[in-house]
Design a binder for this molecule. Structure first.
Ligand SMILES: Nc1ncnc2c1ncn2[C@@H]1O[C@H](COP(=O)(O)OP(=O)(O)OP(=O)(O)O)[C@@H](O)[C@H]1O
Ligand SMILES: [Mg+2]
Length: 311
């Protein structure tokens, strides 16, 4: 479980997050939404430990955490395969230990190395690398190719593949589909994320993606977060219902106000109604005026074209 208490973050005079409290359970699928500049990236960077809050506590209770955004980079000067194996730092060491133990005929070291290999599930490593790379659209034999030979968009996919292989307990993805074409996006949302063994928190502007992936929506707005059960459509429905309720309450209050004002205007000079007029005037003074609900804004969804193939 990830817990957040009284999180506060400002940039200069701009308050981005104020007194944010949040709990995210293990295995949860959370979609994060909000208008441009609302503070979504800031929130998840803080949750992922990449940015310091001004105040407040984030506790992942010792679990591993990974974060990916559009600027995420892979290493250059290595092959894709080397970069993938680097995702699991213990693997190369254990393989070297196994070789050394075998050539020295050291049975104790051999048994330890074998146990370590089992723990790291090295026998499935190539299959896991293959699944992630092909899911993200890499060609056969990509593991042999230098990362430098891929375009920026594809290097970001390499960084994504590496993070997915690491399988952190909390996976934070900041607009992951921006550099993906349709088939890679579908693989991520229909295949990879649903079977992910940990928690996935995704910022996205894409309705389809959020609908398939999310069990809960967190909306960042004016420094605060609001939580909604369900996927993006459920969130929209709950927002609409809340808005309709506010409009009804506002209209009911406007009607009441008009009635009271009419009564006052009608009986102002009437001595026999002086008490009633006065009590209604007091009521007006004390009334907790409801603000007129703003019309619901339609969100603009930004869809970037997929990167060109194998440049
Ligand atoms: N390092 C920084 N220094 C100054 N201001 C920052 C910094 N990082 C973010 N901000 C500001 O904080 C606000 C929230 O930024 P953030 O990137 O978290 O928004 P966002 O919801 O992720 O937006 P978008 O949808 O455009 O990605 C913005 O107004 C942004 O300009
Ligand atoms: Mg952002």
């Amino acid at each position: 479980m990830l817990t957040v208490e009284k999180l506060h973050k400002s940039f200069g005079a701009q308050v981005v997050l104020k007194e944010v409290n949040l709990v995210i359970s293990s295995q949860e699928r959370v979609g994060v939404v909000g208008h441009n500049g609302a503070g979504k990236s800031t929130l998840i960077k803080i949750l992922a430990g990449l940015e310091e809050p001004d105040k407040g506590i984030v506790n992942v209770h010792g679990a591993s955490v990974g974060y990916l955004n559009q600027e995420s980079q892979c290493r250059l000067g290595v092959t894709v395969g080397e970069e993938m194996r680097d995702a699991l730092p213990g693997v190369a060491d254990v393989e070297a230990q196994l070789l050394a133990a075998a050539s020295n005929v050291d049975m104790n070291a051999l048994s330890k190395a074998t146990d370590d290999m089992q723990r790291l599930e090295t026998h499935t490593l190539n299959a896991r690398i293959g699944r992630v790379l092909s899911g993200l659209g890499f060609e056969q034999g990509a593991t042999e190719r230098l990362t430098d030979t891929y375009s920026g968009g594809w290097q970001m996919r390499i960084a994504m593949a590496k993070l997915l292989l690491q399988e952190p307990a909390y996976l934070f993805l900041d607009e992951p589909t921006n550099h993906l074409d349709t088939s890679a996006k579908y693989w991520l949302m229909y295949d990879y994320i649903p079977s992910y063994p940990g928690t996935v928190v995704v910022i996205s502007h894409e309705v389809e993606f959020l609908n398939v992936v999310s069990e809960r929506i967190i909306e960042v707005d004016a420094g605060e977060i609001k939580e909604f059960k369900g996927n993006y459509d459920d969130y929209q429905q709950q927002k609409q219902e809340a808005h309709d309720r506010q409009v009804k309450e506002y209209e009911a209050q406007q009607k009441e106000l008009a009635d009271v004002r009419e009564f006052i205007a009608k009986f102002k000079g009437n001595k026999s109604k002086a008490g009633l007029v006065e009590s209604r005037m007091k009521m007006l003074d004390k009334l907790d005026m409801k603000e007129k609900p703003r019309d619901r804004q339609k969100t603009i969804y930004l869809q970037l074209p997929p990167p060109p193939a194998w440049t």
